[in-house]
Design a protein around this ligand. Structure first.
Ligand code: COA
Length: 258
């Protein structure tokens, strides 16, 4: 696929390195960028060479500084409804439920829609320069790409409401302490740390990874159905070639080849 106008895409050693590339606007997500991202995700889901994705922002200032505020001006309620619905369905939910692991490499500001994008990813690794927040209330609006749901999921209701109601940014070490990110590393080690995490996952069954993502997500979105989903996904795993290989390798005292 041709690299989109607002993205850089590099596929190397089973990993897609996907970079939002609007550094002059701190990688803010305008409609074109979101639409390109949706198409890129469709492509990467199908692409056999890709087992995982690292998502980051261009430049050394921002991961993504939010939805593009310039595009908010003059939006009606109905248009805002459509904008948020589209973003949820075609980008944020797709990332959240993506069948291959996606890690956000948070290299600077992750604000508003930028933090929501990072929170939709399966894991977050932040550089020690990163700053995270949901400042929407300063604009007279609220988070609209999943922030009110995914932030409490990660940090609990009290801390989430503190962030959302004050609009304050957290620095990297507070983000780690609050559980918003998995790791904080020096800026020049950010991608290496993400690579290291993905390489561990690539030793495991890709099918099992996708079933695990599906099961975890189901329980978070619909707690009553989570246990049933786990049972279904557990059983589904027994029907895969990866299961046959994984168990055979264990019994033969060798490493599995998935
Ligand atoms: N939407 C549109 N443009 C944005 C943007 C956003 N969310 N965030 C930054 N930009 C643009 C700025 O307008 C500026 O463009 P310009 O040079 O054409 O004027 C450029 O990116 C650089 O940002 P600037 O504000 O000059 O940098 P700064 O270092 O002074 O401040 C921030 C950095 C992140 C604190 C500040 O840009 C900011 O508050 N951004 C908005 C964050 C936000 O509210 N996000 C949630 C949106 S729902």
């Amino acid at each position: 696929m041709d690299t989109a106008k607002n993205f850089l895409l590099d596929i190397k050693d089973r990993t897609a390195y996907l970079t939002v590339n609007r550094p002059e606007k701190l990688n803010a997500l305008n409609r074109d960028t979101l639409s390109e991202l949706s198409k890129l995700l469709g492509f990467l889901e199908q692409e056999q060479r890709v087992l995982g994705i690292i998502l980051t922002g261009a430049g050394d200032r921002a991961f993504v500084a939010g939805a593009d505020i310039a595009e908010f001006k003059g939006l009606s309620e109905a248009e805002a409804f459509d904008l948020a619905t589209w973003g949820h369905r075609h980008v944020m939910d797709v990332i959240y439920n993506f069948p291959k692991p996606i890690i956000a490499a948070v290299n600077g500001f992750a604000l508003g829609g930028g933090l929501e994008l990072a929170m939709a990813c399966h894991l977050r690794v932040a550089s020690d320069q990163a700053k995270m927040g949901l400042p929407e209330v300063s604009l007279g609006i609220i988070p609209g790409y999943g922030g009110t749901q995914r932030l409490p999921e990660l940090v609990g209701r009290g801390k989430a409401l503190e962030m959302i109601l004050t609009g304050d940014m957290l620095d990297a070490s507070a983000s780690l302490q609050w559980g918003l990110v998995n790791y904080v590393v020096p800026a020049d080690e950010l991608i290496r740390k993400c690579d290291e995490l993905l390489q561990k996952m690539y030793l495991k069954s890709p099918k099992a990874l996708s079933l695990a993502i599906r099961s975890v997500n189901k329980g978070l979105q619909s707690p009553k159905e989570g246990y049933d989903e786990e049972i279904k996904a557990f059983a589904e795993a027994f029907g895969t070639a990866d299961f046959v290989e994984g168990v055979a390798a264990f019994l033969e005292k060798r490493k599995p080849k998935f």
